[in-house]
Design a protein around this ligand. Sequence first.
Ligand SMILES: *[C@@H]1O[C@H](CO)[C@@H](O)[C@H](O)[C@H]1NC(C)=O
Ligand SMILES: *[C@@H]1O[C@H](CO)[C@@H](O)[C@H](O)[C@H]1NC(C)=O
Length: 434
Amino acid sequence: MKPDLPPTLALLLRYLVLAYLAGSVLFTIHFFFLQYRGSQPTPSVKPRTMTEQGQATFDVENIMYSQQIMKWKTSENYPEHEIEEDAVLHKVFSNTMQPSKVLPYYFKAIRDFDPESVTITTLITFDRYPIFSKLVTNYQGPISVSIHINDDENRDENLSKLHDMYEANPYMREFVDVHVVVDKFDRQFNMWRNVARFFARSNYFMMLDVDFHICTNLQRHLSLDAEARQVMQSGAAVVLPAFEYVEQDDGIDSATFPKNKESLIRLVQEKKVTTFHDFFPKGHNATDYEQWYNTNSVYKVMAYQHSYEPYVILKKEGTPWCDERFVGYGANKAACLFEIYISGIDYWVLPQDFVIHQSHPYKEETRKQERKYNRKLYQNFQEEACFRYASTFMRARQWDKPKSENLKQQCNKIRGFKAVMAQFAAASGVQGSA
Ligand SMILES: *[C@@H]1O[C@H](CO)[C@@H](O)[C@H](O)[C@H]1NC(C)=O
Ligand SMILES: *[C@@H]1O[C@H](CO)[C@@H](O)[C@H](O)[C@H]1NC(C)=O
């Protein structure tokens, strides 16, 4: 016999059952809704497939997802915490066009590098793979390269070409770290430069365009030349003079290039080789080639001006980064070197080493518009950088120190700069004038 419940209690039970049913239906709907949302692009984060060193560190299918974690350690007893790589990189490259996905160490070289060695940092696009491979074979030292892959229907095909390139040359897995940038923006040169430098694994980096051939044994010369090494260690920029062949055809095969300064000077005297882009002297003439031909020791660049764009070795820490607002051809490297110079970093020229351009036809169409835009941007940038660094130096009480000299020399060319800084100095009670 079923015991009779009092009617109110029975009613209550019925309501409870109903409420339970309604609740579980809602819960199920909610659950499926979340599942559905989870299958939409954003949340579901897939791990990179970690493979052996020297292999791709993730598979193409999961390209937009990463679960790399940056660990944040604090001294001893404080808890360690973690920040996702994506969050870190989003801040690191927050001045670039977004969305942009940086994949650090897409390939990582198996070697450990000497912290005192020079990492070549460079950028390549898909048409430069062959010349890059030559650079790798020639240098046989650490290289950190940024490769841009367009986020379009060719993405996977282009990535697989990258794999082919990496696997085709055994020196790649010895020396080359590849960082891939996947987005829809062509020619974010300064961002790509920063990517290559950021992930470089030694204390010095050289900003080199991929089509330049380092003709000499740079690493050996640096190890022998104590004075040059000291200049480098002090944080100065070290310049490798740049040359090119007069006849394009002579400049195609780097195997035929001179291997020391004597042979180079002979070719210059025979007028077969000339200083790089001598139709635009301001790009390189501050290197003072006449002095270079006649010296055996490192010397300081005395005639820097804002169009100077030599190939330099720099210290990784403490050197300003390339401004990422420069996208496309024109002024991007000059702007980078300008900021470095006015930040108080001097340029010095290495006596034995040099680079020669390997000829190739230029595509000029897209370049023209971009150059025009960047020229304008560069004018504004110089003014802004001058005021930014000047006020930093003032506040840091360095306005009357040698560190400010490069800035004063360059920025006093800007109309009104000297007067404004004098007022600023007076108002903040800082010694010294511009
Ligand atoms: C991708 O591949 C296509 C077709 O092979 C090529 O035209 C294009 O330049 C490549 N793009 C990039 C960014 O590598
Ligand atoms: C570099 O070239 C420019 C333009 O021809 C010239 O005005 C300048 O004096 C040259 N500088 C040096 C250091 O030779």
